[in-house]
Design a protein around this ligand. Structure first.
Ligand SMILES: *Cc1c(COP(=O)(O)O)cnc(C)c1O
Length: 639
């Protein structure tokens, strides 16, 4: 097993295996002989490879502090391309008669530079956008130029939303209103009469199929959105009454995000096809079948139906969908519709990564234990020393139990004033000395009892990273989502430490202590000891989906710097877009402070200090300079 290698034997191959890079990296990430993590912007582990630490050096030279959200634009391009290529392959080989139309749901990453690039890279394939609110619709219309691409409006729609959509139709956009609620239809009919525009109408079906996974509550009969079959039939009747069945062109459903099991995906398509067939039989025009999102990302690289993985490849996903649609519709003698999917997560997850430096490490330090104990040494401390002396492979569990028992005794006696601060400290040191010995010895055991297995986590180093979980990895905090975390360099060195990560918010939830592992989840990450005077950089990968706008301003740590890189065929690259993260003044204004007022108020406090003789007028000048600089500065730790 790689972990038992010594320093000299350790190779980058061992690191690649340990961090699972080739499993989750999807052909975009790997380790170079230099020990750097590299990115293959064109995928398939082929073409030019760019070192991420080298990109970091370039950013630092340009004055960008960590943390930075790095986007590799080519990866977004490649992901959109492979989605369309896979569907085209399945359509071609199975002889399907419709086309594939992908759309990107803006809520997955609304950042302007992201949506702009999706519209640009997607224009080759008529890749469209999905919106769920007025703001998203306005953003989408501003970015999308392709009139063949679908623009799908989900979400609850008021009169203004409907008017915006109808104006988009008038400008030539293929803009569909998808009914989420039966009550939306009368308003759409009224507004389209008023504006003299024939709308494109779809319905969101509540399927009875429900998918397993973390984020899949949007599916199933109890989902909050969507129409039951009875309500869908009612829509048909209402449209018939208005002589508008030709406007009914799309059937939509959304099972939820990150569906790990291909069986659920297939079952849902089949149910939807039956509904689609029923609508055609009712005389609706139809022509589009929109399967929503759900295409999963293999975050842990295990290729299983575990929540952070998926048990299918992209090719299988596409082929299974096309095949299922053909099977059912051919049986019913119905023309093949265009297939729409709303893949958000899979489209953008790979192209962004969070980069940060480690500021400090704290270790469980035991120090030298005394040779002899003083005569008045308290009993439980003495007992722990004996337990340590008598520890063998055979009594590990017993020693563990004793240590926990005596440590509680020490704490108890400290609370009642019978044990001094120094005595308690000595007791704690013996306790950790026992834990360390147990941690060493237990490696020789075949089956490690649960109590003892957890010691590794308790003994783990804490690496303090220059980032905020709440701002940059909200799903890691809120729902324990796993993301691959990897040192970005030194991968030709043995990572000899076990650590967990803490961010710089002073919140005990601001930590990452679950890591991907081929055998499930692990509680510590293999890390390198820090070197004096040298930065140590980590990267959190696959963070392009959902992480950016769910983040919050915990401890007033703001948006990070964002740098987008485009790599050329010859391996050279350029910084195509740079966004400064929030300054302290930006953040304070988000919570309704006025930065100018702040300066006035602080100046007043400083002037008062001058009046009271605490500082001189020239001190006041320096104080004000420091505060003014502070307001302009980055909210994270600056070197
Ligand atoms: C969130 C959402 C999506 C995106 O799903 P992914 O699994 O991220 O691809 C697609 N469609 C609808 C209606 C959504 O609400």
């Amino acid at each position: 097993m790689a972990r038992n290698r010594t320093l000299q034997q350790w190779s980058v191959e061992d690191s690649a295996e340990l961090y699972g890079i080739r499993n989750w990296g999807a052909g975009y990430f790997d380790v170079a002989q230099s020990g750097d993590v590299v990115v293959y912007p064109f995928g398939d582990n082929r073409g030019p490879a760019v070192s991420i630490p080298e990109i970091i050096r370039g950013m630092r030279e340009r004055g960008y502090d960590m943390p930075v959200l790095l986007r590799i634009e080519n990866i977004l391009d490649s992901q959109i391309t492979s989605l369309h290529q896979s569907f085209r392959k399945a359509i071609g080989s199975l002889g399907y008669k419709g086309e594939y139309r992908g759309i990107f749901p803006i809520k997955v990453n609304q950042q302007q530079q992201v949506v702009e690039k999706i519209a640009q890279f997607g224009s080759r394939y008529h890749h469209g956008l999905e919106v769920g609110s007025k703001a998203e619709l306005i953003a989408a219309v501003s970015q999308l130029r392709d009139h063949e691409a679908c623009l799908v409006c989900n979400g609850y729609k008021d009169e203004e939303f409907i008017d915006l959509g109808l104006h988009a139709v008038r400008m030539g956009y293929k803009c569909f209103f998808v009914l989420e609620m039966a009550s939306e239809l009368p308003l759409i009919l009224e507004r389209s009469k008023c504006l003299g525009v024939r709308p494109l109408i779809g319905v969101r079906a509540k399927l009875s199929v429900k998918a397993g996974g973390h984020w899949t509550d949007s599916g199933g009969e109890r989902s909050t959105f969507g129409l039951t079959t009875a309500q869908i039939v009612d829509v048909v009747d209402q449209l018939k009454d208005h002589d508008m069945l030709d406007c009914f062109q799309l059937l939509h459903y959304h099972l939820g995000s990150q569906v790990p099991n291909i069986r659920d995906i297939r079952a849902a398509v089949m149910e939807a096809c039956r509904i689609y067939g029923g609508l055609v039989a009712e005389g609706a025009a139809m022509g589009f079948l929109d399967l929503g999102g759900g295409l999963a990302v293999d975050y842990d690289g295990s290729h299983t139906n575990y929540v952070s993985s998926r048990n299918y490849s992209l090719d299988e996903y596409c082929a299974d969908i096309i095949e299922a649609v053909m099977n059912i519709l051919d049986e019913e003698g119905i023309a093949h519709p265009h297939i729409v999917t709303e893949s958000g997560r899979a489209t953008v997850a790979y192209y962004s990564m969070l980069l940060f430096n480690i500021l400090d490490v704290s270790r469980v330090e035991i120090g030298n234990l005394p040779d002899i104990l003083p005569d008045d040494c308290p009993e439980p401390v003495r007992n722990m020393r004996e337990a340590l002396a008598g520890l063998t492979l055979r009594n590990l569990q017993e020693c563990y139990n004793d240590a926990v028992y005596y440590r509680d005794e020490v704490r108890q006696q400290f609370l009642t004033g019978r044990i001094t601060l120094r005595e308690r400290t000595l007791g704690e040191r013996y306790f950790w000395a026992i834990m360390k010995r147990i941690a060493q010895e237990k490696q020789k055991l075949k089956h490690v009892p649960k109590d003892l297995a957890e010691i590794d986590v308790a003994l783990a180093d804490i690496y303090y990273g220059n980032f905020s979980v709440f701002q940059s990895l909200p799903d890691s905090w809120a729902i324990d989502q796993l993301f691959p975390v990897v040192p970005l360099h030194r991968l030709n060195e043995l990572p000899s430490r076990q650590g967990i990560l803490s961010d710089i918010t002073c919140d005990s939830d601001g930590r990452i202590d679950h890591f991907i592992d081929p055998q499930g989840v692990k509680g510590t990450l293999d890390l390198h000891p820090l070197k004096d005077g040298e930065e140590y950089y980590l990267g959190v990968f696959l963070v392009g989906a959902y992480q950016e706008t769910l983040g919050d301003l915990h401890n007033l740590l703001g948006d990070t710097n964002v740098v987008s890189v485009r790599v050329h065929e010859d391996g050279s690259y350029e910084f195509v877009r740079e966004l400064r993260g929030d300054s302290v003044a930006d953040i304070l204004s988000y919570v309704e402070y006025d930065p100018r007022r702040i300066i006035d108020d602080i100046r007043e406090a400083a002037e008062q200090a001058v009046r009271e003789g605490r500082i001189t007028p020239s001190d006041r000048y320096r104080v004000m300079q420091a505060y003014e600089d502070g307001l302009r500065g980055y909210t994270y730790f600056e070197r």
